[in-house]
Write a protein that binds this ligand. Structure first.
Ligand SMILES: [Zn+2]
Length: 188
């Protein structure tokens, strides 16, 4: 009697090769590992296990207080910030992301002249580590304009796990686009 064929793995929700646009600056073998997780439908749950938390920095006021506290702890010499806010107009770019550096600029735009820090609204519902990464990144730009050695040294001074968080944040953005990350309160 013939057996019913089993489906070897879940059908990917979004098999588009564009899913890896956030990882363009990383080595091919890492991208292949991520693609395998996407194909298996597991990228979201892997990230959820590693980053189970949520933060309660929901308002612009709470974000301002959080960023200001970090600034005064790590960047005493830097000038005060006139404004810190979530900005729904900042779009995390979806296509042709080729470098490490462009994404963060787009995610968390910083208007240097006015000393404002804006964080894309998508980070309101991000695991706290990813909000921290963006905040640290934009704070570091108060002192270092380019994405150079000095810039990343400042990032890792403020957040020792900065590089891990940046990579995993890109995985998180990838998982969101692939429909593999449920919003808070929604159980898959
Ligand atoms: Zn930047």
């Amino acid at each position: 009697m013939p057996t019913v064929p089993t489906v070897p793995r879940p059908i990917p929700l979004n098999p588009s090769p564009r899913a890896l646009n956030y990882l363009g600056g990383y080595p091919a073998h890492l991208q292949q590992q991520v693609q395998a997780l996407i194909d298996a439908g597991k990228l979201g749950e892997v990230l959820r296990a590693r980053y189970p938390g949520a933060h309660d920095i929901r308002t612009d006021k709470a974000l301002y207080d959080h960023v200001t506290e970090l600034r005064s702890r790590h960047l005493r010499g830097a000038e005060p910030l006139s404004k810190v806010a979530y900005d729904s107009k900042i779009k995390v770019i979806q296509h042709a992301l080729g470098t490490h550096t462009r994404i963060s600029r787009v995610q968390g735009g910083q208007l240097k002249a006015k000393r404002e820090i804006r964080v894309a609204t998508v980070f309101r519902d991000a695991p706290p580590e990813f909000l921290q990464m963006i905040v640290v990144h934009e704070l570091a730009h108060l002192k270092e304009r380019e994405h150079d050695k000095a810039f990343y040294a400042l990032c890792t001074h403020m957040e020792p796990a900065y590089h891990q968080f940046e990579f995993d944040c890109r995985l998180w953005l990838t998982a969101r686009d692939a429909g593999l990350w449920a919003p808070p309160g929604v159980r898959a």
